[in-house]
Design a protein around this ligand. Structure first.
Ligand code: NAD
Length: 484
């Protein structure tokens, strides 16, 4: 039997309790693992490391390529960034896989409907890049980054996963109706890739409709692939459909490294009380064992979890929901029960959508188009100059028309995405932050020197905060028009 080396991060709050439970179950299942215990999270921040992930922990994961981690506390609002997100980014774990499946003995509103789907969440891009600016004292801006490469990797991952598990449908979920360039790119890549997987049904749904459909009829979903923030939210919603965060497992997969963790956080109010539900991390460990090639042990643990739940053992989270708090099992007691049930088979095997599509699984296609040069005719349409000015838009309009000079024309002024100059008759309130769109007076005035001079003239009148070139690709506008 080969021995695996795995980095174990106990984490914050209830982390040490759930990681201890998971580790005991894995060890009892007879998988030989050398655990490299490593630190990350609150204590690391307190000791002055603003990343929350010390060098030794990074080195350990670099060596082992696999980590099992407890939740890490994130300072809210200001200061340090999330150590969880840092870990995902450091090791390029671009695919966050979150299954949502009805479990035996866990009461839900959808009992017997056959809920069994997987949320495939893009893990590195979108608003989670965490690039924000306080553009003025009262206006904050965040960058939402969606790349063709990132979209292709995650959407391909979703199709490959569906193919590997014999699932029938991939739902690409976006907000492309509003965010046509960012979410729109994700949707487009989904359509392009779907053509390569003719055996799998592809659909696109708007993310708010996914939330609606998930509450109404969650059994319709099979594999859902979506952008980072939407994936964060709908996967928490998904966990609520199948018993709550106590049961929600996840894996973060990259080309080289995989990190397994529960979806839930550090639940600080329960820390040290031995009452939290360890199932989520134990099921994440099942995903880890699959990844390590220990499928047989993974099945044994999953079966033992199901047998334990079938027998009616529940932790406080479920006992509260059923009004039977007195009979709640402790965290360690629940892990003991699972260990005691290793080798037993559940009475009922819950239906799964995996295997619904039969036939030979084609070899994975690992072709990323980002490696190819996409020769596209590119042209400059104009430039947006964002300015701070606590004045009426008509007054600003006069100033900017003058600042346009001989080389540019002021096309419009918008604020928060809505046109205010030329006046539209709308009632958009000022937040003293405006986007002034200039277009070249002739095609030979679009060089950087001309743009620099324009910004200089604007800056001589009002404070500019940001400049953005407007580009056309193959004649298509690579920017949004102002609303109205
Ligand atoms: P949380 O997941 O810790 O708790 C949300 C609710 O779910 C609470 O009522 C909690 O008691 C309950 N809950 C969570 N896990 C449970 C379990 N295993 N069994 C039973 N009930 C459970 O979310 P939060 O309160 O928003 O966050 C607390 C801290 O955790 C924050 O610092 C947050 O940033 C961090 N966090 C970390 C991760 C991670 O490490 N991946 C994920 C989410 C939140």
């Amino acid at each position: 039997m080969s021995t695996h080396t795995v980095t174990l991060i106990p984490g914050d709050g209830v982390g040490p309790e759930v990681t201890d439970a998971a580790r005991r179950v894995i060890d009892a299942a007879g998988v030989a693992i050398d655990w490299e215990v490593a630190e990350a999270g609150a204590e690391v921040f307190r000791n002055g490391d603003s990343s929350g992930v010390p060098r030794e922990t990074r080195d350990s994961i670099e060596r082992t390529r696999v980590a099992l981690k407890g939740p890490l506390e994130t300072p809210v609002g200001f200061g340090e960034k999330s150590a969880n997100v840092t870990l995902r980014k450091l090791f390029e774990t671009y695919a966050n896989i979150r299954p949502a499946r009805q479990l035996p003995g866990v009461p839900t509103r959808y009992d017997g409907e056959g809920v069994d789907f997987i949320v495939v969440r893009e893990n590195l891009e979108d608003l989670y890049v965490g690039v924000e600016y306080e553009s003025t004292r009262d206006v904050a801006v965040a960058l939402k980054i969606i790349s063709r490469r990132g979209s292709e990797k995650i959407i391909r991952y979703a199709f490959e996963l569906a193919e590997k598990e014999g699932r029938q449908k991939v739902t690409v979920a976006t907000k492309a109706n509003i965010l046509k360039h960012t979410e729109g790119l994700f949707k487009k890549v989904g359509e392009e890739l779907a053509a390569e997987y003719p055996g799998i049904t592809h659909e696109h749904l708007i993310i708010d409709n996914v939330a609606h459909q998930m509450a109404k009829n969650p059994a319709q979903f099979d594999v859902i692939v979506t952008t980072n923030l939407a994936g964060d939210i709908i996967s928490d919603l998904a966990s609520g459909l199948v018993g709550g965060l106590g049961f929600a497992s996840s894996g973060n997969y990259g080309d080289e490294v995989a990190i397994f963790e529960a979806v839930h956080g550090s639940a600080p109010k329960y820390a040290g009380k031995n009452v939290i539900n360890p199932t989520a991390l134990i099921l994440s460990s099942v995903m880890m064992l699959e990844h390590l090639g220990e499928s047989e042990a993974a099945r044994r643990i999953e079966d033992a979890v199901h047998v334990t739940l079938e027998a009616g053992a529940v932790t406080l989270d479920v006992a509260r929901a059923t009004g039977d708090v007195e009979h709640a099992t402790s965290t360690s007691g629940f892990a003991d029960a699972i260990i005691g049930n290793l080798g037993r088979q559940p009475a009922n095997r819950y239906p799964t959508k995996a295997g619904a599509r039969t036939g030979e699984v084609p070899a994975p296609r690992r072709r990323w188009s980002y490696g190819e040069t996409r020769a596209v005719d590119t042209a400059i349409h104009g430039v947006d100059v964002y300015v701070e000015a606590d004045i009426e838009p008509e007054v600003l309009g006069g100033l900017m028309e003058a600042a346009a000079g001989p080389d540019f024309t002021l096309e419009l002024i918008s604020t928060r995405g809505t046109l205010v100059h030329p006046p539209t008759g709308g009632r958009m309130q000022s937040v003293a932050w405006w986007c002034c769109r200039f277009i070249p007076a002739s095609s030979d005035t679009t060089d950087d020197a001309a743009i620099g001079a324009l910004v200089g003239r604007v800056g001589a009148t009002v404070t500019w905060t940001q400049i953005q070139k407007l580009r056309r690709y193959a004649g298509n506008e690579g920017f949004t028009r102002a609303q109205g």
